[in-house]
Design a protein around this ligand. Structure first.
Ligand SMILES: Cc1ncc(C[n+]2csc(CCOP(=O)(O)OP(=O)(O)O)c2C)c(N)n1
Length: 204
């Protein structure tokens, strides 16, 4: 059982508070998409409706293409586990403007709360040592600034690091399992892409 106490919706709202046009947000499919949308749908959010495992890769490409902007990836542990190899590519590239926030509920929440491979770790005295610690994996890939966040007292620093610290920054945030309503952005991928490009480049 997860011992997490942080709630993902208010947390994501706090992370994105006061977002300006200098902040480009890629949201993973599933719950992260709804979290980011509830915080405020905006053209410079690119919420994924699919492409599981590709969220960090998209963020990396964007960060390299837009070095004067801050790129923030917010995604789930299931998506991150599927796209783990992209962490090694992030490390190889060392993008100064990329931050990755993995909301780890230890579940594939979107498809019915099946346990992911992070669920066997970080359980204190009962930790079997089996399973995946994504923060350690990110550091092992070469993202030196990698940490796990568990408590409310760490949130202010988390927000500052995700928004402003020189990257690449990786934060694994342990969050509660909650049943939350869907808050959906537009569902047309071409529209999302066009409005993002229009807001960023002035052309679709
Ligand atoms: C390639 C692929 N496999 C499976 C799915 C089905 N799927 C959609 S969301 C999801 C769970 C995502 O889990 P996670 O990233 O941890 O998000 P959360 O728990 O926050 O919803 C799955 C398995 C998919 N969309 N694509």
């Amino acid at each position: 059982m997860s011992t997490a106490t942080l709630r993902r919706r208010p947390l994501v709202k706090t992370i994105l508070e006061g977002a300006t046009d200098d902040l480009l947000v890629i949201a993973g499919l599933g719950s992260s998409n709804w979290d980011v949308t509830e915080a405020g749908d905006r053209p410079l959010n690119m919420p994924l409706w699919g492409a599981m495992g590709a969220t960090v890769a998209m963020g990396l490409g964007l960060a390299i293409a837009q070095p004067t902007k801050r790129v923030l990836v917010i995604t789930g542990d299931g998506d991150m586990l599927m796209g783990m190899g992209s962490l090694a590519t992030v490390a190889a590239q060392q993008p100064h403007n990329l931050a990755i926030c993995v909301l780890d509920n230890e579940k594939f929440g979107e498809t019915g709360n099946q346990a992911t491979h992070t669920s066997a770790r970080n359980q204190g005295p009962t930790d079997s040592g089996a399973g995946a610690d994504l923060s350690v994996i990110a550091r092992g890939c070469g993202i030196a600034d990698s940490a796990t966040i568990r408590g409310e007292a760490e949130v202010a620093q988390l927000v500052a690091d995700l928004r402003r610290k020189s990257g690449p920054v990786f934060r694994l945030v342990k969050v509660m399992v909650e049943k939350l309503e869907f808050v959906m952005p537009p569902q047309d991928g071409a529209h999302l892409k066009d409005r993002f490009r229009q807001a960023l480049l002035g052309q679709a």
